[in-house]
Structures are given as structure tokens and as C-alpha cells.
Design a protein around this ligand. Sequence first.
Ligand code: GAR
Length: 217
Amino acid sequence: MLKVGVLASGRGTNLQAIIDACEKKIINAEVAIVLSDNEKAFALERARKHGIEAVYVEAKDKRKHEENMHELLVKHDVELVVGAGYMRILSPWFIKKWYGKIINIHPALLPSFKGIDAQRQALEYGVKLTGCTTHFMDEMPDHGPIILQAAVKVRDDDTRESLADRILKVEHQILPRSIDLFEKGRLVIEGRKVKILPGDSWLTKYSYPDVFYSDGY
Ligand code: GAR
């Protein structure tokens, strides 16, 4: 079973989606540890409710923060690190340690709307389609090789919240699926591109009719 370490700064609904997929055996993985830079992150509580070790790692000193996280991840034999609403930019030092074994979810169709509040950025820009992306992390924020994307329509009457909620539901699908593909050894990084090797599909099992999923979902 793949041992996953999750980094989360906030409420942790993506973490919850991963935990649920593990517990329901939808994916062959377990969350070995959850780390947060925010002592009050609800993600930590969610983890503890499921008997998962959850640690607040102080982030006043970035290098120490990352060294401590690295140590904890290694100690828990983590094989894949997942950024699930972790709102800090990781340094090249940390990324080098985990490259190819660290993925992230972003609430937009990258490379559009990098950075914070991507949903509001999309709404204000007036795009008709936005969505979410999972990608391997590299040394630049919201930049590494893309694993999966899913496109969500922007409606005329959308608010930042209504749009964010619809995207979030899809995040909860493509993030566990990305972990699943990693666990099955189906992700091959070729430069900027991720080749997804043939295999099963979640399209018929778990999809929303008005969402457009990239190949491999
Ligand atoms: C999610 O929408 C995630 O995509 C986003 O933060 C939210 C966390 O929600 N991440 C980023 O914007 C990273 N650049 P959650 O705590 O409920 O999972």
C-alpha cells in the first residue's frame, strides 16, 4: 500500500477526499502523516479523527520548517507527498529531495491563474471555462508537469464561492485519481510532460456530466 504524506494549511477537504478514497479502498494507499504550517488548520483535526498522525510544523524559519517536514516524512516511510491546500512555496532544497514524488492540486487550468485565489482570478478575468489541475511540483510554483486536468463551466450568475465549490467537488475526484495513477506506476515524467500509461478509467465510475476530464482520468 502506497504511503502518502499530506501537506495542508487549511480546512482540508482535499485531505478528506484522500482519506475517504483510502478507507473505501478506491485507492491502494494510506495517509501515513499530515503536516501543516498552521496550528489551527482543520486538516489536522480531520486527520486525528481518522487516527492519522497530524503534526503542526512551525514555519517561522523556512529552512527549519522544511527540514522538520522532510525528517517526519522520511520517518513515516512516505513514498508520495501530496500538497492539498498547502499555501507556502516550497524551496528548491525541499523540491529536489522529493522531485517525482511530490504532487499538488491547483484550482484552475494551469498555466492560467497561478497563485492565490485562482477561482476569483478566473471569475474576474471572465473566462468561460476554468477547472483544476494536478501536477508534479517543481522549483517554480504551480509550474511542474501536469498529471490531470478537468474543465468546469463558469456560469453567468457564479460568485467566487459558487464557482469555488463546483471546482472543489472535481478536485476531490482528480486528486485521489492522481494518487491512484502514481500508485499503479502509470505516470511517466518526460520533461514537461507526463505520459499516462494505459489502464483503467474512472470516467464511467466517477464523473460529473458537465465536466470535461483530461485523458487518464
Ligand atoms: C483547494 O481549492 C486547493 O486547490 C487550493 O486550496 C484549496 C484548499 O482547500 N490550493 C491552492 O490554491 C494551491 N495553490 P481544502 O483545504 O479544503 O482542501
